[in-house]
Write a protein that binds this ligand. Structure first.
Ligand code: BG6
Ligand code: MG
Length: 223
């Protein structure tokens, strides 16, 4: 297969920010005296903001008005924004900066498909915004596990989904990629929660781009 584009999730794939989302949610859960179960972390991974709040509220959900829930989500977001203020390139996960630079040098287009509305600010803080040809807008797509945001990213890059490799650390994200018209999924992290992926790596450091993209470069040179 000649892959022609790469699409990345952000939190937990490129940047060590999944833990900051969790920290902010955990503080809210504590303030509301909501339980934090063993599987809460895994459940929250990759979930958009209001869906995450629903997980935190659990069976207390119906006790809150829509307005009240928006206020709680805004509270979590303010805390998250405080936490990301100190982000710098040192918060890139292993192999992320190197992989992005490798693809960019070879003119392989790169898109972001993150559920986070804070993604543009995070990319800037990490010093990697210039690598991305497109940042898909999560407000214009149905949330993962819908494939919408991955399809939108491929369309932005003008590359057919089956010629795109996409990277995800969350179960819902891998499900989204696998539903995206033949897109290839690389799961990054814990094998147990990423079984659906076509390939699984512990970190991007383990991903060998030559095996996926070199033929694209050769084909572009010949054409
Ligand atoms: C995802 C994170 O990338 O973005 C989730 O994995 C987060 O933890 C979601 O809830 C939405 O982010 P934000 O910044 O828009 O609240
Ligand atoms: Mg993620």
């Amino acid at each position: 297969m000649i892959y022609r584009a790469a699409i990345f999730d952000l939190d937990g794939v490129i940047a060590d920010t999944a833990r900051l989302h969790l920290q902010a949610w955990r503080q809210l859960a504590e303030a509301l005296q909501r339980p934090w179960a063993d599987d809460t972390e895994e459940k929250l991974k990759g979930l958009e903001r209001m869906a995450s709040l629903n997980v935190i509220l659990g069976d207390e959900n119906s006790n809150f008005s829509e307005e009240g829930k928006f206020a709680l989500a805004a509270r979590k977001n303010s805390r998250y924004q405080e936490l990301i203020r100190s982000l710098s390139p040192k918060d890139l996960l292993p192999g992320a900066g190197e992989l992005l630079a490798w693809l960019h040098e070879r003119k392989i287009p790169i898109a972001l498909a993150s559920a986070s509305k804070n993604a543009p600010a995070v990319l800037q803080a990490l010093g990697i915004a210039h690598y991305f040809s497109s940042i898909a807008d999560p407000e214009q797509s149905a949330p993962k596990p819908s494939p919408d945001i991955f399809l939108a990213a491929a369309q932005d890059l003008q590359v057919e989904p089956e010629l795109c490799v996409a990277f995800e650390d969350a179960t819902a994200g891998v499900t989204a990629i696998k539903a995206a018209n033949g897109m290839t999924a690389v799961g990054v992290g814990n094998e147990d929660s990423l079984r659906e992926a076509d390939y699984i790596v512990c970190s991007l450091e383990e991903f060998e781009p030559r095996d996926f993209f070199l033929s694209a470069i050769r084909a572009a040179t010949i054409n």
